[in-house]
Structure formats: structure tokens, C-alpha cells
Design a protein around this ligand. Structure first.
Ligand code: ATP
Ligand code: MG
Length: 472
């Protein structure tokens, strides 16, 4: 018997099940999470009969009658109650044929429904009938696998993965999220079937990848992806980071292991999926920019090329083509800037420039840059950490003084055109740029008056004199 938490919905279901002599069970992730003492946001309910009918009956007995959403095509129905999603489905049997990805679905028994589940730990059911409330049905030893922290398919793994290849990625995702190991036979079957991942849509693949990236220790997932051979297929750019080349006895670091270490570091600091994506992609252009010369190994401009690769990768992976993508590209482009700053004497003007370019993303950039330190040398690490502290203090100081975050130039192009009565031309740009440079260099303050006086001098150099005095 499993002790279920006090839950009004479960009691209502039990009542209905008794009255109508129905077999109803909680199944899947919720059962797994209860046993692991974790909380779940969704509950899957399976009934020997119609899930849609049951959902409607349950809802009609709750005050407020939560709205039931029906997915006729799948024979499922769900409603939300107190922030938890309850999904109802009739027990079903799935059979796959070689020539179609879509299974043939028909009504089935509980056992048949459990057979079609992806992993033993996801295939357990708990009865909701009053006479055996809380009874666990665990035909494949899911309980034992939770104890041993094992991801294993209920049936022959070859068949399970060939039927629905997305399960291969789900195996990696659950192993990562739960910190379990993939059983050897299951692992071998993934390796064998890896090419079949190609029949799965990019959207679904990316959904799993995002969940891996969102877990506490994403490196585990990426190592598994690499070892199973899936990484090379679903994310070749990342796979290309792997390996160390040695010339004249000099090797460079393995950028794959470096990247996933950076990802783990950043996962400790932020839940922001896009900041984590910036960590995934920060060195993505290293293979393309790698060079061995007099200075040894170099990866010149990998940050710029990397930023350019972001839109291509986002498009291919069906990630959003919007400000999230621009944010990731910007962080990739700027990721070396804070470190360059701390390696040097931290001048006000360098800090100003960084603030100016990073804008509101300055804190995220600092987090990325700090996560990028994967040196094993303790002294070096300590030195970096204290330098970062210094940069952070300077950033606050300079920002308070100069307000450069989201900087708007105190002198606009229109003001220049009007003051000197000049046509819109290259010269307007030259003067604007000179003012910006002067502010960033600290030659003048970030205010209208100083910028105006500076503008007059710059314009004079180009042969312009004031025609219209600006009104304050
Ligand atoms: P979480 O919601 O925490 O990510 P979950 O186990 O609830 O984990 P879902 O994707 O919500 O995962 O799926 C619910 C249940 O449905 C799973 O526990 C599993 O039993 C079954 N399931 C989902 N997708 C598949 C699949 N592709 N193949 C077989 N069974 C699946
Ligand atoms: Mg779920």
C-alpha cells in the first residue's frame, strides 16, 4: 500500500469508482514522484473505460466545476484544480507496425496499458478504489529500480525504442533529472537504435533537450547523449567540440567537457533556460576557428562567429526566433569581455564600455563569464573570483555615476542637423560617434551640456559652425 497525500479529487474518484464498479488508477510520473518523496504538478489517471466520461463526472462534483478540456482524438480529458493538472485516459493497448510511426490504439487492460509505458519507474499504478485504495501494481519491478536508481524499459528495449524512438531521449532525460543510471541492456538498445531518432520531429527532440539543460546537473545528460551516439545526430555542432588535438606536444582543452562543466556551473546560479543555452553555445565556434601557430593553439574570434551561429542553430532546433535568440547571441558575443577586463587593470572606461554594450544583460553576462572559469588551479580561481568581485563593484560605481545602462545619447542626430543646419550625412554619424567615444572614455560626462560643447568643437573640426542655438 502506498500512502497518498490527502486529496479531494482522489476521494471523489474513489466514490465514483465504487458506485459504478470502475477500476481507476493513478499511473506514471505521479506515482514515481510520490515514492521518491517529490512533488508533481500533474496527475495521470487511467480508467478501464472512458477517461472523458470520468473527467466530466469528477468535475461535476467539485465546487466551481473546473473546465474539462477534451482531446477527442486521443480519448483524453483534463482539468486543472488547485494548480495541479489531472489528466484522464482510458486504459489502452498500442501496437506498432514497421511501416508507420503511428501506433494502432485500442482499449486495453491495465497490464496492457502498463506495457506501453516507457520505463519501469514510470509504469507503476496505484488503485483509487475504496476497497484497495493505495494498492500498488508494479509488474516490472519499478519500485526496486527506484531503489537501485535504474532506468530500464518494461519490455524488450529494442522494441520499446524502435516503436517510439523519442523514448531514447526520455531515458537520458530521466537519468539526468533523477540522477539514475541507464541499465546496460537499455543503453545498448539506445546505441543500436540511435539513427531512428531521425523520425522524431525537431520540436519534440528540442523539448527533451531543454529539459536536460534545465536539470540540476545537465552535464550528466550531455555525457549520456554523447556515449549513446545521440549527440552526434541531434546536435552535431556540440559534438564537434569533443576531442583534443596535439601538435608538437601541445594539446588544447577538450571543449566539450569544458562546455558541460560551464553548464553545470551556471546551473548552480540560474534557472534561466536561455542563460543556460548561452553556456551551451558560448564556445560553439571553437572547432571552426581553431588554429595552431606561433602562439600555440588559438581560437581567434570564436565569440563573434559563435554569435553568428546562434540563429542557424536556433532555427534548426526550432527554438524561438525572437528576443530570446538575440539575447543568447549577444551573450555568446560578449562572453570573453568580463574575463579580459579582470585580467587587466580595471579602468573606468573599460567598465563603461562593457556596461554600454551589455545593457540590462550585464548581470547575466557576469554570471556566464564567471561560470566559464574551469581552471583546476586553485590560486588562479581565487584570483579570478576576487577580480570579479572588483569588477562588480566598479560596475555599480560607474553605473551610478554615468547611467550607461540602456544608454541613450544626450545629443541626437536631429539636434546635430538642426544646430549646424547640415543635411543628414556621414558627418552627422561621425559627430555622434565622437560624442559616444568621449563619454565612454570619460573625457566628458554623460550629460547634455558637456556633450553639446563637445559637439560644437567636433563640428568645427569638420568645418561647421553653429547656425541655430538650441533651446534648453
Ligand atoms: P514529468 O512530467 O515529471 O516530466 P512524467 O513521468 O510525468 O514526468 P510525462 O511526459 O508527463 O512524464 O508522461 C506521463 C507518463 O506517460 C510517463 O510517466 C509514462 O508512463 C508515459 N509516457 C509519456 N511519454 C511516453 C512515451 N513516449 N512512451 C511511453 N510512455 C510514455
Ligand atoms: Mg508528467
Amino acid at each position: 500500500m502506498i500512502k497518498l497525500p490527502e486529496n479531494k479529487i482522489f476521494n471523489i474518484i474513489a466514490e465514483i469508482a465504487d458506485n459504478e464498479n470502475l477500476q481507476v488508477f493513478i499511473i506514471g510520473g505521479y506515482v514515481r514522484d510520490i515514492i521518491m518523496h517529490q512533488t508533481s504538478k500533474d496527475v495521470d489517471i487511467v480508467v478501464l473505460g472512458s477517461g472523458i466520461e470520468l473527467a466530466n463526472k469528477v468535475s461535476s462534483q467539485i465546487k466551481g466545476k473546473p473546465k474539462v478540456t477534451v482531446f477527442k482524438r486521443f480519448g483524453t480529458a483534463m482539468f486543472k484544480y488547485k494548480n495541479i493538472e489531472y489528466e484522464f485516459v482510458g486504459a489502452r493497448k498500442e501496437s506498432y507496425s514497421i511501416d508507420s510511426r503511428k501506433p494502432f490504439v485500442e482499449e486495453g487492460t491495465l497490464a496492457e496499458d502498463q506495457n506501453r509505458r516507457d520505463f519501469t519507474v514510470n509504469a507503476m499504478a496505484i488503485s483509487l478504489r475504496k476497497d484497495n485504495f493505495g494498492e500498488l501494481t508494479d509488474p516490472f519491478g519499478g519500485l526496486q529500480d527506484i531503489k537501485n536508481k535504474i532506468i530500464r524499459t518494461p519490455l524488450e528495449p529494442e522494441i520499446t525504442f524502435s516503436d517510439d524512438p523519442l523514448r531514447m531521449l526520455r531515458a537520458v532525460r530521466f537519468a539526468t533529472k533523477l540522477n539514475f543510471e541507464i541499465n546496460a541492456d537499455t543503453f545498448i538498445a539506445i546505441h543500436k537504435n540511435k539513427e531512428r531518432i531521425n523520425i522524431i520531429s525537431k520540436e519534440r527532440i528540442t523539448e527533451e533537450l531543454n529539459k536536460i539543460i534545465h536539470s540540476d546537473k545537465p552535464s550528466k545528460g550531455f555525457k549520456l547523449l554523447e556515449e549513446t551516439g545521440l549527440l552526434e545526430i541531434i546536435f552535431p555542432e556540440m559534438y564537434a567540440l569533443k576531442g583534443v588535438e596535439t601538435i608538437k606536444g601541445q594539446g588544447h582543452k577538450d571543449n566539450f567537457y569544458h562546455t558541460i562543466q560551464v553548464l553545470d556551473n551556471i546551473a548552480e546560479k540560474t534557472d534561466n533556460l536561455w542563460l543556460r543555452w548561452a553556456a551551451v553555445l558560448h564556445d560553439i565556434a571553437k572547432p571552426k576557428t581553431k588554429h595552431f601557430g606561433k602562439e600555440g593553439w588559438t581560437f581567434h574570434n570564436h565569440e563573434f562567429l559563435g554569435a553568428k551561429m546562434v540563429p542557424e542553430i536556433f532555427k534548426k532546433m526550432r527554438l524561438p526566433q525572437n528576443e530570446k535568440m538575440n539575447y543568447v547571441a549577444k551573450l555568446v558575443k560578449l562572453h570573453l569581455r568580463p574575463i579580459a577586463l579582470v585580467q587587466d587593470v580595471v579602468t573606468d572606461s573599460a567598465v563603461r564600455r562593457l556596461l554600454f554594450e551589455a545593457g540590462d544583460d550585464i548581470n547575466d553576462l557576469m554570471i556566464l563569464s564567471e561560470a566559464d572559469i574551469t581552471s583546476k588551479n586553485e590560486d588562479k580561481i581565487q584570483k579570478y573570483i576576487s577580480n570579479y568581485q572588483l569588477v562588480r563593484e566598479k560596475l555599480i560605481e560607474v553605473e551610478e555615476k554615468d547611467k550607461l545602462r540602456n544608454w541613450q545619447p544626450p545629443i541626437t542626430g536631429e539636434i546635430i542637423i538642426e544646430t549646424f543646419n547640415m543635411p543628414p550625412s556621414k558627418n552627422v554619424g561621425i559627430i555622434k560617434e565622437a560624442i559616444k567615444e568621449a563619454i565612454l572614455e570619460g573625457i566628458i560626462g554623460n550629460n547634455y551640456e558637456e556633450a553639446y560643447n563637445f559637439m560644437v568643437k567636433e563640428a568645427e573640426k569638420l568645418g561647421f559652425t553653429v547656425q541655430n542655438k538650441q533651446k534648453e
